[in-house]
Design a protein around this ligand. Structure first.
Ligand SMILES: [Fe+2]
Length: 155
């Protein structure tokens, strides 16, 4: 029996919402790793290393989101099928050019930031400060990373 001051139906609502953040983050993790493997061109070294830093950060982040779902009393999704159903980030069917990879990653980071911002309202409404704190940190990372990637392709 969980008695942390948030009703079960509200905990469920937050956990379901956090599952969308988890799915977005995992999908972006996979996309970033995919691009790390397959990037080509004159920016290879820069992008190969930059993407590595980014996917490592995302791999740590999914753990924090999943464990928050567990602390709220629910199971975290953990299959590609579940993530595909929950995620707002589309997958690529082919390998894009380097500039397009950057654009797609900017879009992916912006998407996770938007999802996290929506879920924040749910968590805030029931005084779930730990979830709000986690989401605030995730929004900071995604918005900063989007800026850094955007700066590579802005003239
Ligand atoms: Fe590698």
């Amino acid at each position: 029996m969980i008695d942390i001051g948030i009703e079960a139906d509200k905990r469920k609502e937050i956990a379901d919402s956090l599952s969308r953040v988890l799915a977005d983050t995992y999908t972006l993790y996979l996309k970033t790793h995919h691009f790390h493997w397959n990037v080509t061109g004159p920016m290879f070294q820069t992008l190969h290393l930059m993407f590595e830093g980014q996917y490592n950060e995302l791999a740590l982040a999914v753990d924090l989101v999943a464990e928050r779902i567990r602390a709220l009393g629910f199971h975290a999704p953990g299959t590609y099928r579940q993530f595909a159903a929950l995620s707002s980030i589309p997958e690529e069917e082919s390998v894009p050019k380097a500039q397009e990879m950057i654009r797609l990653l900017v879009s992916g980071h912006e998407t996770v930031a938007r999802t996290a911002r929506q879920v924040f309202k749910v968590a805030e409404g029931v005084s779930d400060q730990p979830t709000c704190d986690l989401l605030t940190q995730r929004m900071q990372v995604h918005e900063k990373t989007a800026w850094m990637l955007r700066s590579l392709i802005e003239a």
